[in-house]
Design a protein. Structure first.
Length: 181
């Protein structure tokens, strides 16, 4: 008797959970969207200062929710997700600006013939390959040959992103010293 009752309760719970996988799940996400979209977008705009970027962040969160097996039951989860997504975007921008500031972009007034520029770049590549130690050499090639981000490089080399960034900075400083001598 007790076993029969336990089986009935587990079947009812399973049916309820299965219902959230279909139409009920879709309705839950739509309700979350209607209730929280404006507040989420506003919070993202406060963090990022850009309405289009705020819109992107909120849309990304709801896209991830649609792909997730278990939608959140509380609205506070969504606001926390917005905060975290915005902080991640801000960190990415700051890191991009730091790296961009390390190598100044040359303007059009200082254009050299393509042959000389290629020679200079080949010289830098030879210097990196012959004079740099690992992981500096790998990080340089991943960043500038494969155009990976610091986060992608860190994942590939099993490093902390800050450590990968530090090695990239050291590599660029060594290249500058070599080029200026």
């Amino acid at each position: 008797m007790l076993e029969h009752r336990i089986l009935e309760e587990s079947d009812a719970a399973g049916a309820k959970e299965a219902g959230l996988k279909g139409a009920g799940r879709k309705q839950l996400i739509e309700q979350l969207f209607r209730r929280n979209y404006s507040a989420m977008r506003h919070l993202a705009k406060v963090f990022l200062g850009d309405a289009d970027e705020a819109e992107d962040v909120v849309q990304d969160i709801f896209l991830r929710l649609a792909d997730c097996d278990i939608p959140p039951r509380k609205d506070s989860y969504l606001m926390t997700a917005v905060r975290n997504a915005c902080l991640n975007r801000i960190r990415q921008k700051q890191l991009h600006e730091k790296v961009k500031g390390l190598l100044p972009v040359e303007d059009g007034t200082d254009l050299q013939p393509v042959d000389k520029e290629m020679e200079r770049l080949d010289g830098i590549a030879v210097f990196v390959d012959e004079q740099m130690e690992e992981p500096h050499r790998s990080i340089f090639h991943l960043r500038f040959d494969e155009d990976l981000t610091i986060a992608e490089i860190a994942r590939r080399l099993h490093l902390n992103p800050n450590t990968a960034y530090k090695y990239l900075v050291q590599c660029i400083q060594e290249i500058r010293k070599h080029v200026n001598h």
